[in-house]
Design a protein around this ligand. Sequence first.
Ligand code: C2E
Ligand code: MG
Ligand code: MG
Length: 739
Amino acid sequence: MTPTPSKQDALRYIRAKVDQLLAVMGTCPLRSEELDDDTLIALDPIGIIAESFQQVIDHLNETNQSLSIVTDEIRAILDALGAAVVVLDGNDRVDDCNRVAMDWFFGGLNRAQVVGHPAAEVCTCAGELSGIRSCADGSMHNVRLYDRDIQIVASKIFDKAGHHAQTVMLFTDISQRMQTEEALRIAATAFEVQEGMTITDSAKVILRVNKAFTEITGYSAEEAVGKTPSLLRSGHHDAAFYAAMWESIERTGTWQGEIWNRRKTGEVYPEWLIVTAVKNDAGLTTHYVGTFTDVTSRKKAEDEITNLAFYDPLTGLPNRRLLIDRLKQALASSTRSLRHGALLFLDLDNFKTLNDTRGHDIGDLLLQQVAQRLSTCVREGDTVARLGGDEFVVMLEDLSENVLEAATQTEIVGEKILATLNHIYHLHNYAHHSTPSIGITLFADHHGTIDDLLKRADLAMYQSKAAGRNTLRFFDPTMQAVVTTRAALEADLREAVQKGQFVLYYQAQMDGVGRLTGVEVLLRWQHPLRGMVSPLEFIPLAEDTGLILPLGHWVLETACAQLTVWASQPEMAHLTVAVNVSARQFHHADFVDQVLAVLDKTGANPQRLKLELTESLMVDDVEDVIAKMTALKAKGVSFSLDDFGTGYSSLSYLKRLPLDQLKIDQGFVRDILTDTNDSSIAKMVIALAESMGLAVIAEGVEIEAQKDFLASHGCHAYQGYLFSRPLPLGAFEEFVKGV
Ligand code: C2E
Ligand code: MG
Ligand code: MG
């Protein structure tokens, strides 16, 4: 048997013998030197051999030779082939076979045991051979044999007499070629996918691009081939970016990432790019393959998600999450730089009222305008965020290292915000005035948590609310004490309600000619340690805690009892008594019954009782308010609208309320002579009362000129220090004697 040659031996052998064979034939167009080793192997001589084979057969037929008598050289060629050659005679006897055929079809036997024997006796697939012989016509067939893809060419050789003497069969294993073809088909399909692809040579010159490349970039294959991928450069990345990319490709064989490229139209777009270096056996890069997807839409979606996650959709401002993120960074950077930062916590005063009376659309408009204005008050690096509702936070960075200077800088910004937000807003043709309360805390080298910081600013904001709103307050450590005091105050207040530490003061109400017409009762708390405490300090707390209910009941009962007492005193009998009723008290389901019960119990004349309501009360459930007022009015009780002008009463609601009197807030009376804004509001309230057929009274009248001004515009009822301060009962009765 011919020893199995090494690959190189075989190649050399095949090359030489193919040339010899070709020389014998003289007609084959191919020359072995035209083929390199790889091509020779890739062709698996079938391309040459199948063709040459046919020429051999034709030659044999022309010369009427039998294959059995071929020269040693030709046998050597046949043995060197990777293909099997079997020659059968007309009776299915084996006339000849080559080395590969011995392996495939005659396992274990040697040539002498095979040649001259019937195929049926020596061949493992005699049936197939016989079948092939009977239809041999020189054409090619592919069959599966021994788990391989085999290409068969079978030709007949005729003897001198023209009889069919032999059948020569060539079996070539094309399994690998089939696989390669399949792989190529897959690769070709894969190349035409959704992703853009570029194949370049080692010098990065584009050799091929696919359809998706053209669709994404706008460049046709003709325009791209021969150029380098820098054709697509957007200018968005610097040289260092590309250097790092190529460094990674050379070092690891691949790079992937997002890159901005430019389409033929000039449009810059983001793509996700994967570049892979293709290396040969020697490890040298022969090609680069670039695969990319246009991520414009994904990026848009991502941006939207980021926006949702980090920005407030209504105002476009950063939300709480982003604020906290930035706050963390700001804390870290202020620790490094030692420079201060500041947090300003903002809450819009009476926003709920606007929202409830004008509707959420109007509320939203205000929030958007506030957001815009806030953004104009800060520097570029500062953050304006919306926490939700009407709460905003402004974070200032890079303030002075000196804490007092930093506080001054912050106060300037705070004042600017106050002024800016105080300007009139135009909300769908509706002019609106809104004010913020601002709490401020500074930070630098902060050791507490972010939460602590936000809490501090929040506390400071509450302090500015307590200070009358539309103002700003700084958090300082003493504020903690304030919070603690609030808790203590609540406990005290509960005790005070139980122990009856309250007393009523009486303030005179006068008419235009100086006659006493009535009195407003004002609550005082005689605190055992703190002395007389103002209702401004404890009424909000009493409202928050619900203590206003027993307290309000006590006020009403005491006032009505006083009415009854005065009813029998000629100089007092005509006085009306005005009692302040807080919203929470009024909204209580039993309010009407309670008032009626108190009237009943004390025997007071309902005609002399006036209830002072505030505008905030009309915010919720107007129908219920109207029903309650109507029920009480039916008994003779009258109503005054306190602090009128400070809230957001909708005129249409106002008209429906069974009111008797509007009370001009002392805030407008205070500067009525100097502030045209205040004076015009006062005049408007007077006109309004007149047009609605209501009485009007001004409170906080301290000087004659204020009274004269009011009188000249038609307001002839007054309450204020000009006539009398709120007085304890005895003092008030003394005062009445002097009127
Ligand atoms: P209000 O009902 O508007 O009461 C008028 C406030 O103005 C009173 O303050 C009164 O002392 C003050 N005032 C009267 N004349 C003048 C003046 O000429 N100049 C100045 N600067 N102030 C004047 P007060 O007594 O501290 O009461 C404050 C608020 O507390 C009241 O405002 C009212 O809303 C509430 N309040 C008082 N008593 C009660 C009560 O029994 N129940 C409820 N729910 N609230 C009450
Ligand atoms: Mg009042
Ligand atoms: Mg008032």
